[in-house]
Design a protein around this ligand. Structure first.
Ligand code: ZN
Ligand code: ZN
Length: 296
């Protein structure tokens, strides 16, 4: 089952990927936290580029926590090199402040392993933008998630989608979580366009990190996924009003319930048996929400 809908607690809205003036973003870290706090988020993880030219920052955002708003330390980690020659972009949330700078010859697999061992929730950032392939991804140890949507890559390049990689990983037996992020740098057209809803028992960094690692979350651009439940050979879904409820699975398997304005859907699971399925919904404005995969 999907732990987001079986574990105790309530949903907290957060952004797991954004930048400040400590790397190539515009605002100061304090402003980044204030932007998200004022936008109604429950938490943010500032993830500046962990690069030599920026002094390998893991920015301490603890001074910007307030009642009802918390922060996770993080960074976007880089290493050579994808099959196409680009450097890797891995986002790590929940890093220790003293996370060591990479040695010059550290591979992406070694860097990912080190971030995982340090306790971080590790995700593959914006695969669509820079052409991350299945072969690239399979060269890493098992990480936690892939960005199904990255707002700045959508806004600036039209390549914000990562669903293709999630499906190919699942088809090859590698499970992955599904997250959406802003990757905000300018805090204009990419701000508040993709987030995670994390089911946690309290709004603390430890509780959020544990919930992320247990898979207790879904990703959204607006719609709410309120409940998902297996009922025999059927999947019952409750959402905010949406126009399409899709279930997608191995290779070309899919099912759909069409609206408009539906808040309850019942989808047959028969054709997904023995494989995986993940839920995607879309509202009247085309904004989507995505569940983590179910393994059936
Ligand atoms: Zn990046
Ligand atoms: Zn980034």
């Amino acid at each position: 089952m999907l732990t987001a809908f079986t574990s105790p607690g309530s949903f907290l809205r957060g952004n797991l990927h954004c930048h400040s003036s400590r790397s190539d973003g515009d605002p100061l870290p304090e402003r980044v936290c204030a932007f998200y706090r004022d936008a109604g988020y429950d938490f943010v993880s500032l993830t500046d580029h962990f690069m030599e030219r920026f002094g390998f920052p893991v920015v301490d955002t603890t001074p910007f926590r307030q009642e009802g708003f918390t922060t996770l330390m993080g960074a976007e980690l880089h290493a050579p090199g994808l099959g196409n020659g680009e450097i890797w972009h891995l986002v790590a949330n929940g890093l220790p402040l003293d996370f060591a700078a990479p040695a010059g010859d550290e591979t992406a697999a070694e860097l990912a392993r080190r971030a995982l061992d340090a306790g971080a929730f590790v995700s593959l950032a914006h695969p669509g933008w820079y052409g991350l392939t299945l072969e690239d991804a399979l060269a890493l140890p098992q990480v936690h998630a892939v960005e199904v949507f990255n707002a700045i890559c959508d806004w600036e390049t039209g390549r914000g989608d990562g669903g293709y990689l999630i499906d190919q990983l699942l088809n090859r037996g590698r499970t992955t979580g599904v997250i959406a992020t802003d990757d905000a740098h300018r805090y204009h057209g990419e701000f508040c366009r993709g987030w995670v809803m994390v089911k946690a028992t309290e709004n603390t960094p430890d509780a959020i990190l544990a919930a992320l690692k247990s898979g207790a979350y879904y990703a959204s651009q607006g719609p709410e996924i309120r409940h998902v439940e297996i009922d025999g050979d059927w999947l019952n879904v409750e959402t905010s009003p949406v126009d399409s409820v899709w279930l997608v699975g191995h290779a070309a398997r899919s099912k759909v319930v069409m609206g408009p304005g539906i808040a309850h859907a019942r989808l047959p699971l028969e054709k997904f048996a023995g494989g995986w399925a993940r839920l995607v919904v879309s509202d009247a404005e085309g904004r989507r929400a995505w569940s983590n995969p179910l393994h059936l």
